[in-house]
Design a protein around this ligand. Structure first.
Ligand code: SF4
Ligand code: SF4
Length: 408
């Protein structure tokens, strides 16, 4: 074992039998053709780090950094390898033992960890950027800042939801709602649409003010202890409310919320409470009643992009398609490579902009070839990534929308 200690769950690491069936579904392997940028290659690297054959050195870290965490390899793997958990454990180990350069350190430790998870800080940080864009002064910014600006939505929407919104018509019970940190700052209208759909379906929607970031940004960037703190806060916020379900409309957050049990399994005080919380979490698309969806009277072609953390991490593919098909009324078209990552992957498009751009172009190309006028998805990161890609391609006639806004 490494002198730095054991960080991987050995049983999970050994479950990979190196068959290679996951390689063709891995976006980074498809782009680079390098075995070290494939799931199998990365698992070799993780195990070599664990055994001490490989140190936490720059070349090895590079291949782990380049992983999107999209978990397409889990969908493809016949042996049930829990790649997502192995990746989070390895990244936690890397952040403890590997020094980052100044730019990456500032981006990861300051922007991603200190600003994104706190809505008031994010609003404040976005003010000067919005002002620069309003005054059309983006040309004064360095390249990386201009690229970040491209991801900003045109407008920020209203903030927090009220503590409770009552069902419309006959009530069916009470559900909790997770309003997210990036969601409530950049997609307040989408949260509003989500609550409206739940109310129409007969649910009282409870949004506790004491909830916070789901912890996904921390878990994905190698800060597991911070992710655990977020989990404890959210569990406490929703406990004792007699809820039928806890609803989330952002796939990236949902995949972390359903794994609170795994995240806190070593904590005797919280393990059971975390399991109980996760058992109640449902993505909005898996909870809405599709018989309530009314077809839209429009000849616009509609397609659907699978957010990785919905289709690969949570195995939800059919439900959103049924909802979109019900609304599109015969105008639905399937998207080629719909479940291939768009390159957003949480904060990946900030930390690995080059690979993110390649995957964004690939996604936009597929959308344009589908002939769709509207592309529907379920995650804020995908929306921002696809919107910026469509804009860059000059495809202003194609709209990317969250499923809640599409259905409302
Ligand atoms: S998580 Fe995605 S990018 Fe990473 S190894 Fe698996 S398929 Fe490849
Ligand atoms: S992760 Fe699964 S599919 Fe990929 S090489 Fe290992 S066992 Fe095979």
């Amino acid at each position: 074992m490494s002198a730095l200690g054991q960080f991987l769950d050995e049983t999970k690491a050994l479950s990979c039998v190196h068959c290679g069936l996951c390689l063709s579904s891995c976006p980074t392997y498809l782009e680079t053709g390098n075995e070290n940028d494939s799931p199998r290659g990365r698992i070799y690297i993780m195990r070599a780090m664990q055994s001490g054959q490989l140190g936490v050195e720059a070349a090895a870290v590079r291949h782990i950094d380049l992983c999107l965490g999209c978990r397409a390899c889990e969908t493809a793997c016949p042996s049930g390898v829990q790649y997502g958990t192995l990746l989070e454990e390895t990244r936690d180990h890397i952040e403890k033992h590997h020094g980052r350069g100044l730019f990456q350190w500032l981006l990861r430790r300051f922007v991603i960890e200190q600003i994104f998870p706190l809505p008031w800080r994010l609003r404040l940080a976005l003010l000067p950027m919005r002002m620069i864009r309003f005054l059309r002064l983006t040309f004064i910014l360095p390249k990386f800042a201009r690229e970040m600006m491209e991801l900003l939505p045109q407008r920020l929407a209203r903030g927090k939801l009220p503590a409770e919104r009552l069902a419309k018509g006959e009530g069916r019970g009470k559900v909790g709602f997770i309003e997210g940190c990036v969601m409530q700052v950049m997609f307040g209208d989408t949260n509003d649409s989500s609550a409206e759909l739940l109310q129409r379906d007969g649910w009282n929607v409870v949004t506790p003010a004491s909830q916070g970031c789901c912890g996904a940004l921390y878990a994905h960037s190698g800060q597991l202890e911070k992710a655990r703190e977020c989990a404890r806060r959210n569990i406490a916020a929703f406990e004792g409310q007699s809820l039928e379900a806890i609803i989330i409309n952002a796939a990236g957050c949902g995949s972390t919320l359903v794994e609170y049990g795994e995240l806190l399994k070593g904590d005797p005080e919280w393990a059971e409470r975390a399991e109980a919380f996760s058992a109640k979490v449902r993505d909005l698309v898996a909870w809405l009643d599709n018989s309530q969806v009314t077809p839209v009277k429009s000849r616009k072609k509609v397609t659907y992009h699978d957010a990785c953390h919905l289709c690969h991490a949570q195995g939800i593919k059919d439900e959103p398609r049924q909802l979109v098909r019900a609304r599109a009324g015969g105008e639905f078209v399937e998207l080629v490579e719909s479940d291939l990552c768009c390159g957003s992957a949480g904060s990946y498009n900030l930390t690995e902009p080059e690979m993110a751009k390649k995957l964004k172009s690939r996604k936009v190309q597929n959308i344009l070839e589908s002939g769709a006028d509207v592309v529907v998805t379920t995650n804020p990161g995908c929306l921002l990534q696809i919107q910026s890609g469509l804009k860059k391609a000059g495809a202003n006639h194609v709209r990317a929308v969250h499923i809640a806004d599409y259905l409302k």
